[in-house]
Design a protein around this ligand. Sequence first.
Ligand SMILES: [Zn+2]
Length: 192
Amino acid sequence: MLAITPWRRGVPDFAVTSPARILVCAVERRCSICGLALGNAPVWRVVAADEAIAIAMDPTGFENVASTVEPPGHRLCMLYAAVVCPWLTRPNARRRLDADVVGTRLARGDARGATGEIGGAVVSFERYEFAVGARVEFRYRGPLDFRPHLLGEEHVPALREGVAGEPAPSESCPPWLMQDEDAASARAQRYL
Ligand SMILES: [Zn+2]
């Protein structure tokens, strides 16, 4: 269950994400996957192939690229998303990396998996900003860690290791990010 998945008549609708829930997570600095607080730590996101290459080639210049509707989350939550979400790992989203990029620029972070083709990456950023228009749009600043993948399954060992070492959460997902869609809408309305 994702915090940004809307519920209709008691059933989660995985086909879409809820702008209201995304807004609530953005304002409250909550993870879009689990709904728990992000704190002041760097935030994580799964990026597609084109964006992964843009970050790898120019981590500083990347800050000027267009905003995205993809909200942030915890490291383990985003590793999990990269492993299990089919739309993040579809084969036609792959791009070929230049040898130059693989050899030098990807030295930052974990370059395993970047052997010529890239499907995307799990990336951490110092911070995010967001703006509310027709949709909630995010801008991510200061790329820190960069973990490229071809299919996403490359992240399974890091995910397994992270989950094993993770302490039990001291909070639970707030009620307005659970099944009650009216509560989610009311919360979002408060922030508009
Ligand atoms: Zn999370």
